[in-house]
Design a protein around this ligand. Structure first.
Ligand code: NAP
Length: 477
């Protein structure tokens, strides 16, 4: 592997700039420094917001066909550079190659969908004469971009979760200041280079890097920012909504995702899918399978097959093409997962496989004998850690899955449509997957959480709804 270390720059007003201090970005598997990134000063953040604010009047009037072309070109370039970008994701996030290359493919689609949606910013007519006071008038509404969007993103999908804010934001005619996670800013900076190469005008997209509590907060509290689009942890989401004031806010937060396996489930399909759902990206996915509710009639067979398949996962260097599970984002997170397992064991849980750690590698871990009040069940694990709960009664299992402060996505495997619809009816979540786990997502479907899992929806068209204002026009002829 050729050395990757490079001095990166921030994108402000169409120029690549340095700042007084820098932040090293490390390869999460080797610990090697792979890039140095400027930390944005208050002045740099000020200039980035000013640039986005200044570019808005002209960018928001860029015709839809031109916005389409820029975003379509961005998708093409991402596809052209897919191996290089996957390598960057693999190294800065520690994500196994197969999932890194998969993330680039999804990023390409997210930009393609965004390009297409740029041409579909429809309003509709309103039948004004439904009210006597509206008789004789013609009414319709338009969708207009909100202005400057502050996009704040987490470490676990350094490309596609950025794409979910940048693609729809630019499609709708907004200008953007992005603050990616401090541990994984390189992919976002590479995306900035690609947007420039695709022809995006200066100021329409700006990148600042630095600590959330300073750089992130300066964005959230600036009155020139009209919308904050945040993906990350619930505590930071709560801080943001308190600090943002009168702005539109979208929050994509965490979950302790559950999936139910009924006795009539197709285990040949369910077992491998559950293994992937629990351990892909070392369980650091907001819809990772964490709580598995398995009916007692099939629990012994399901558990045996689940453990056998988990034992075959290849753990180690994420750059290896056949690696399944790479390191967690840092050693502190791996130690946290280890401590959660020890706590569960001290409360009566059994480790069926895993529980061990080497530095930031936390081995795929499966627990049984768990109770709903254990931390591994009731809080978000965000680690390669799956707990199996054996149940007797289907309705009770649905109640238990639903008994969570979170509500992002859930899954149920059954061949009985009545049970599937019972779960759809009873579970208060943004998405319910029938014959799949909580992890299923494609990038054009509405996606987002209820309860503590967030506010608003992403999924390109739905993100555009949240990044535009309705402007009503009424004509009295
Ligand atoms: P995080 O710690 O909340 O950080 C997310 C982003 O917020 C980072 O860029 C961070 O900057 C920034 N930030 C931190 N404090 C801030 C503040 N006071 N004001 C403004 N910005 C601030 O989350 P993470 O650990 O990167 O990601 C894991 C979490 O994200 C999990 O809870 C996961 O479930 C959730 N997630 C949700 C979705 C979804 O779509 N629902 C998708 C992926 C992940 P620094 O990096 O500098 O700290």
């Amino acid at each position: 592997m050729e050395p990757m270390q490079k001095s990166y720059k921030l994108l402000v007003a169409g120029k690549w700039i340095e700042d007084s201090s820098t932040l090293p970005v490390i390869d999460k598997y080797t610990g090697e420094v792979i890039g140095n990134v400027p930390v944005a000063s208050r002045d740099t953040v000020e200039r980035a917001i000013s640039a986005a604010h200044g570019a808005f009047p002209s960018y928001s009037r860029t015709p839809a066909h031109k916005r389409f072309r820029i975003l379509e070109r961005t998708a093409q370039l991402l596809d052209t550079y897919q191996e290089e970008i996957a390598t960057l994701i693999c190294r800065e996030a520690g994500k196994a190659w197969k999932y890194s290359i998969g993330e680039v493919a999804r990023g390409v689609e997210t930009f393609q969908f965004s390009a297409e949606e740029a041409k579909r910013l429809h309003g509709e007519t309103v039948p004004m004469d439904a009210s006597a006071a509206g008789e004789g008038r013609i009414g319709f509404y338009l969708r207009s971009p909100v202005g400057v969007v502050a996009a704040i993103t987490p470490f676990n999908f350094p490309l596609n979760l950025v794409a979910h804010k940048v693609g729809p934001g630019l499609a709708a005619g907004n200008t953007i200041v992005l603050k990616p996670a401090s541990t994984t800013p390189l992919t976002a900076i590479r995306l900035g280079e690609i947007l420039v190469e695709a022809g995006l005008p200066p100021g329409a997209f700006n990148i600042v890097v630095g600590p959330g509590a300073s750089v992130g907060d300066w964005l959230v509290t600036d009155p020139r920012v009209s919308k904050v689009s945040f993906t990350g942890s619930p505590p930071v989401g709560e801080t943001i909504i308190r600090r943002a004031g009168l702005k539109k806010v979208t929050l994509e937060l965490g979950n302790n995702s559950g999936t139910i396996i009924e006795p009539d489930a197709n285990l040949d399909a369910a077992v491998p899918r559950c293994v992937m759902s629990g351990f892909a990206n070392s369980g650091q996915v907001c819809i990772s399978l964490q709580r598995l509710f398995v009916h007692q009639a099939i629990a012994p067979e399901f558990t045996r097959r689940f453990i056998d398949a988990t034992a075959k996962l290849k753990v180690g260097n994420p750059l290896d093409k056949d690696c399944d599970v790479g390191p967690m984002i840092d050693e502190a997170e791996a130690k946290r997962a280890e401590a959660w397992v020890s706590e569960a064991v001290s409360e009566g849980a059994r480790v069926l496989i895993g529980g061990n750690r080497e530095g930031s590698l936390f081995y795929p871990t499966v627990l049984s004998n768990v109770r709903p009040d254990m931390k591994v069940m009731c809080a978000e694990a965000f680690a390669p850690l799956v707990s199996i709960y054996t149940y007797e009664n289907f309705e009770a299992a649905v109640r238990m899955l639903e008994d969570s402060p979170y509500g992002l996505q859930a899954g149920i495997y059954t061949s009985d449509i009545r049970k599937a619809f019972y779960a759809v009816d009873q579970i208060n979540a943004g998405g319910i997957m029938i014959n799949d786990t909580s992890i299923f997502r494609v990038d054009h479907m509405p996606y987002g959480g209820n309860k503590m899992s967030g506010l608003g929806r992403e999924g390109v068209r739905f993100a555009i709804d949240e990044m535009t204002n309705i402007k009503m026009v009424v004509i009295k002829p």
